[in-house]
Design a protein around this ligand. Structure first.
Ligand code: PMP
Length: 306
């Protein structure tokens, strides 16, 4: 679905008209994937738009930049304020937000250190990433023939633009084969995550997810779900998962800012025992209320724009 335009995009300290948010063709990050980014959602709350775990997302953006030795020319607070200003300028109650730190125009070649560092924040309306039907009835997932990066080739803890070639290869393969999403195994054969979501299984009533050391991104939704699930009384465990664990799980679901909580219907054509399963459904319902600031104990996760 094409991106829906709004009025303004924040670029290097000011809000510019959407159609003027342009870069030079010799922008370093365009050639070498040397950027860092975030995907964040703002939701309509009873107090106006609230950005879910904004500070945690900006902290992850700075961690990514630290890994890539990118010196961000703004403070965390300035980028947080830029995100709020972008939501305000969009006039939207709910939207997706895309902060991007990229190496700009000026130097070429594989030493990124002398490059200028630019920052932008865009906001636009974005519906459910894996579709309304996917969120309600579950998605069909396949294990990819592509492996998640080896952590000594590309650090999975970093949300770097170039890293996503790996995810796109797996996504294309899944879609062309008639599935909705792919699961990537790591070089050791353990489950890491999906192309843009973390993965959870339910086995014997316990909620399981791969550890970061298996190559999963430090997902903020993942952390949210682990907290919610534990508070709901479920046993939550980070554990290495094998391919066969995927096939025999009672329930499964994916989590991510764009996708939110999406039940898994089948993996490699093995149907999950329940879809949507009772635990996935309870967690999904709770998540949908938490992000809108409707659950008292998690209200501090919702950072109001005004
Ligand atoms: N894994 C990958 C590869 C992702 O791109 C994302 C989306 N940022 C996630 C997991 C989920 O992370 P989050 O919950 O922070 O959106």
């Amino acid at each position: 679905m094409p991106i829906q335009k709004v009025d303004k995009i924040w670029m290097d300290g000011r809000l510019v008209d959407w159609d003027d948010a342009r870069i030079h063709i010799l922008t370093h990050s365009l050639h070498y994937g040397s950027g860092a980014f975030e995907g964040i959602r703002a939701y309509a709350t009873s107090n106006g738009p609230g950005i879910f775990r904004l500070t945690d997302h900006i902290d992850r953006l700075f961690r990514t930049c630290k890994i890539f030795m990118i010196d961000v020319p703004y403070t965390r607070d300035e980028i947080i304020e830029a995100c709020k200003a972008t939501v305000r300028a969009s006039g939207l109650d709910a939207c997706y937000l895309r902060p991007l730190v990229y190496l700009g125009y000026g130097e070429m070649g594989l030493n990124p250190l002398p490059c200028p560092v630019n920052v932008s924040v865009a906001a636009w309306p974005w519906g459910k990433y894996l579709g309304e039907e996917g969120a309600a009835k579950g998605v069909r997932v396949a294990i990819s023939s592509w492996r998640r990066h080896d952590p000594n080739s590309m650090p999975p803890a970093a949300k770097g633009t170039g890293m996503y070639v790996n995810s796109s290869l797996a996504k294309i393969e899944a879609l062309k084969s008639g599935y909705d999403e792919a699961i990537l195994l790591n070089p050791q054969g353990y489950v890491s995550e999906c192309t843009g979501e973390n993965l959870f299984l339910v086995r014997d009533g316990a909620v399981l997810t791969p550890p970061f050391s298996a190559g999963a991104l430090e997902g903020i939704t993942r952390d949210t779900i682990m907290t919610i699930a534990a508070d709901l009384g479920y046993e939550v465990r980070e554990t290495n998962l094998l391919r066969s664990d995927l096939y025999v799980a009672e329930e499964g679901f994916l989590t991510g800012t764009a996708a939110e909580v999406v039940p898994i219907r089948s993996i490699d054509d093995r149907e999950m025992t329940h879809c949507p399963g009772p635990i996935a459904l309870k967690i999904q319902e709770t998540y949908n209320a938490v992000v809108r600031g409707e659950v008292g104990q998690y209200k501090n996760w919702v950072e109001l724009v005004d």
